[in-house]
Design a protein around this ligand. Structure first.
Ligand code: SAM
Length: 270
């Protein structure tokens, strides 16, 4: 389902001409918070690679499985970096389904994502939203929602799902991840997915070229570069794999990594 660009859900400050990955991803997942410019990019991506929709769905399914895994390990608070526009199976829904007291802080720099997350969470005392660029960890970690909702002396589930490839090399991405890691208590987890050219499905250079017309350029990384983001964490089984192949279940079966496209893993901090 889509809506017109004069929809009343759109914050006035949004630049309608510049597509954003938050809204492109929303469109790919069947959401209603996207604009004509976003849909045009999504359609171009689908023309280059029709499996883009499945890649997005499998990424979202990984997110839910990883959150359930961390809940089963006893984690009751989550920091979701690059959380996106709320859609089915948000982290707070999965977490609070198991424990209504579970805490979740969402972080995004895209206005539609932040505005709709705030609306959705208005009556939820255990979840909050930070409008920030994740490459400024000090802004995120020092923000009011993080300070009031999360107890950083206890384990946290840090999520960076389909996020890292939007962070440019100039931002020193391993150092950014290390800053978050250093703020976390032992027993915390990091779950991430990350785009790569190591697998066929998204390796077509036209994918990155198409995203250059948006506000979110992509920077695919190699296996070694993605592993570096887990520095200090110990990967849990099955190690660094792809989204559908990380602990697949009946609803999300394993697929050939060449069709999966995103590295995926979960690590625990000793
Ligand atoms: C593809 S979506 C992923 C959403 C969600 N994590 C998921 O996997 O379902 C990527 C999100 O990261 C956000 N994002 C990208 N770079 C960011 C940055 N530097 N700071 C904050 N958010 C960022 C985008 O706005 C978008 O909402």
């Amino acid at each position: 389902m889509t809506e017109t660009d004069d929809a009343d859900w759109l914050p006035a400050e949004v630049d309608r001409a510049t597509p954003s990955v938050a809204r492109i991803y929303d469109y790919l997942l069947g959401g209603a918070h996207n604009l004509a410019a976003d849909r045009a990019v999504a359609e171009r991506l689908c023309a280059i690679q029709p499996q883009v929709v499945q890649v997005a769905q499998r990424n979202r399914a990984f997110l839910r499985r990883a959150v359930r895994f961390m809940l089963e390990a006893g984690v009751r608070q989550f920091l979701d970096l690059g959380s996106g526009i709320p859609t089915v199976g948000n982290v707070h829904e999965v977490a609070q389904d198991l424990d209504p007291e579970a805490r979740v802080v969402y972080v995004d720099y895209e206005l539609v994502a932040v505005t709709h997350s705030r609306l959705l969470l208005a009556d939820n005392p255990h979840a909050g939203v930070v409008h920030a660029d994740v490459i400024r960890p000090e802004h995120v970690l020092g923000s009011e929602p993080v300070r009031s909702l999360l107890d950083l002396s206890r384990p946290v589930g840090l999520l960076a799902v389909a996020l890292g490839h939007y962070l440019p090399p100039a931002a020193d991405v391993p150092a950014v991840f290390a800053t978050y890691r250093d703020a976390l208590a032992p027993g915390s987890y990091l779950a991430l997915t990350h785009l790569t050219n190591d697998f066929a499905v998204l390796a077509d250079p036209r994918v990155a070229e198409t995203m250059r017309s948006t506000q979110d350029h992509i920077h695919p990384r190699t296996r070694a570069e993605v592993l570096a983001l887990f520095d200090g964490f110990t990967l849990v089984d099955p190690g660094l794999t792809t989204s559908a192949n990380w602990r697949p279940d009946r609803l999300s079966p394993a697929v050939d990594p060449q069709d999966d496209g995103l590295y995926a893993g979960v690590g625990v901090l000793a």
